[in-house]
Design a protein around this ligand. Sequence first.
Ligand SMILES: [Fe+2]
Length: 189
Amino acid sequence: MGLTEWAYSLSESLLSDPLPRRWAHSLGVAKRARSLSPILSDDAELLEAAAVLHDIGYSPEIATTGFHPLDGARFLRDQEGADERVVRLVAHHSCALLEAEERGLRQELASEFELEHPDLVDALLFCDMTTTPDGTHTTPADRLDEIVQRYGPDTIVGRFIQRAAPEIYAAAERVEGRLAKVVAGGQPM
Ligand SMILES: [Fe+2]
């Protein structure tokens, strides 16, 4: 089984039944990942696999600490023996270190999982932050507003996402810049 085929099937088995909206979001994020293939060269499949798996830590089957990047990455590493780079991308998706800080888990996350290449970290963040909870396309600004409203500004997630906003906008700009370069005839990264 190929990397992406395995990733879709695993994510579907963990999310589609208990959390259909999360599953729809995950499929949307994976679709965004496919759209970035022009700037990813050999890492296109890796990003798509990480994209469809990024939120599996929400699955009631594997949620342990309640911090989904850590739960998802530990499950992939310990139960699935997954590709190390997929594990790292899931562990650190969408500024997870900042949310870990709010939860007192920064040290745990940082010591167990290394960061992947910054271009891939940016790419996954871009895909997640331009996809609504239902899996459709959105802008980072609308996505951030929606998260703050859904969780509340004074919750762990609400506080984290407001702190992460500058990095989210900066990452989105970097990815858009790379895409524009390729469209204009530049070299992929
Ligand atoms: Fe997530």
